[in-house]
Design a protein around this ligand. Structure first.
Ligand code: SAH
Length: 460
């Protein structure tokens, strides 16, 4: 499979700096499924073309997967597929990230670029190719190929040569190709693993949210939901045989039976939103967003400029997405929202750069040994100016008629804290990471046992 990228931005040979591959050389790279070669069919100051040739080795593949004749007979070695994305990520890693040691400014400048994919399979026809690339501003030209030139009466094949022209940064072009080529590849699940799927989708975040074919694109990655949920989550949680989606759903219903009649959730959300507004936090990341109760309220309120939800459960994220999609928002408002799958006990740079982080009824779901990792992820690395955490007040449980004595409110809760326990923890964090902390009771306050929910607000 062959991808060429050309530019007429002058001096055109600067493309070599952007791709980190010298125009005078032909370089080869070994990939898990074959070889990639980078060379320049033309390189002068007027025009420069870099070629990425990916050779898929069917024998290597068959060994990787267990052999059947299908591998030897497939079109894999010849057409642009998920392999090309993997090759782009490995061979043009720096360019894809928009970095360049020697030409950083050029890497961030839109330049005229033409990408040409020699053969792209597209069973749904060239319409899909246009739907994917035209909304991103590309001028798309396609050439269909006959099934067999010796037998024109057999008609057209599903294969196209595609040329994409646009003025944009090289990183944007690579990111578009990286995310969209696998959409055309119906067999991607056989070849790319779940970690790669995560990486792919993460790359599209900045532009996918406003893409009119967003649903179709994401659906093409999520066609097999179990593929994403089970192994990804097991890895993230480092626990085998744990199906968080199923467990969560059951326990959440039980918790709702206890809390809903008393409007705890409503009170929590009102208190959190009021606090965010009080401190002028316009860019908010909701960690452990669940099915998006808070996100829904934030997104409807134009005060909030950026609203990001993070959850480890792809099932919850899917429900959140469906729910948020039903909000009657103008099209240009959708880029305020991002949903990302992630675990709170792992450092993640996607959590950086927010005014405030909210963590609503989540910490009690974390194992105590993991809580410390979470504290560092949030207060040491992500470091938002404001952190709001709510958690049940265990002292109040005796007032809950639907809760058996001695039980926690949700079966997945690893602990519930008294007010003193929560405040000691919150103050210790404040001291350790240089935040001041204040507390607020949420819901009706009882003179003896306090309020149903407790909230801490840290200011950095
Ligand atoms: N904040 C939401 C959901 C609370 S339920 C609300 O108030 O309605 C707790 C959520 O935390 C669940 O959606 C669960 O999937 C998520 N969660 C639990 N452990 C997590 C972890 N380690 N990383 C990320 N999310 C986690």
């Amino acid at each position: 499979m062959l991808l060429t990228i050309s530019t007429t931005h002058q001096p055109a040979t600067e493309l070599g700096y952007l791709l980190h591959k010298h125009p005078d050389l032909c370089q080869s790279f070994t990939l898990p499924f074959g070889q990639a070669h980078v060379f320049y069919p033309e390189a002068d100051t007027q025009r420069c073309t870099a070629a990425l040739l990916v050779e898929v080795n069917p024998v290597k593949l068959a060994r990787r997967r267990g052999s059947t004749t299908e591998q030897y007979l497939s079109d894999r070695p010849y057409v642009a597929s998920s392999f090309l994305s993997v090759a782009i990520a490995q061979v043009f890693n720096t360019a894809l990230a928009g970095r360049s040691q020697e030409r950083l400014q050029l890497a961030q400048t839109p330049i005229p670029l033409v990408a040409r994919l020699s053969v792209v399979p597209c069973r749904e026809g060239e319409g899909l190719l246009r739907q994917l690339f035209e909304p991103l501003g590309y001028f798309v030209s396609t050439t269909g190929h006959l099934l067999d030139e010796n037998f024109p009466e057999w008609g057209q094949s599903d294969y196209y040569t595609v040329e994409l022209q646009h003025t944009l940064t090289l990183a944007e072009l690579l990111s578009h190709l990286y995310v969209l080529i696998p959409v055309l590849d119906e067999h991607k699940y056989n070849w790319i693993n779940d970690e790669e799927v995560e990486k792919l989708l993460r790359h599209g975040e900045s532009w996918l949210n406003t893409h009119p074919a967003r649903k179709q694109i994401i659906k093409s990655y999520f066609q097999r939901p179990t593929y994403l949920t089970r192994p990804t989550l097991a890895r993230l949680l480092q626990e085998e045989n744990f199906d968080p989606d199923q467990a969560q759903e059951k326990y959440t219903q039980q918790e709702a039976a206890i809390e809903t009649p008393l409007h705890f959730n409503e009170h929590r959300i009102n208190a959190v939103v009021a606090t965010l507004k009080h401190y002028g936090a316009k860019r908010v990341i909701d960690l452990g967003c669940g099915q998006g109760d808070l996100l829904t309220v934030l997104l409807k309120d134009s005060f909030f400029e950026q609203v990001t939800g993070v959850d480890v459960s792809s099932y919850s994220l899917k429900l959140a997405r469906e729910r948020l999609d039903r909000l009657p928002l103008p099209r240009n408002q959708w880029n305020r929202l991002q949903l990302i799958q992630g675990a709170l006990s792992y450092q993640d740079e996607r959590f950086h750069g927010y005014d405030a982080a909210t963590v609503i009824e989540v910490i009690e779901h974390l194992d105590l040994p993991r809580l410390e990792a979470f504290e560092r992820v949030l207060f040491e690395f992500a470091k938002p100016k404001i952190v709001i955490i709510t958690t049940p007040n265990i002292e109040y449980n005796i007032k809950l008629k639907n809760l058996a004595p001695g039980k926690l409110r949700h079966q997945d809760h690893r602990f519930e804290w008294t007010r003193a326990e929560f405040q000691t923890w919150a103050e210790r964090i404040g001291q350790r990471f240089g935040y001041t902390v204040e507390f607020q009771a949420i819901g009706e306050e009882d003179s003896e046992v306090g309020s149903p929910t407790q909230m801490a607000i840290w200011l950095g």
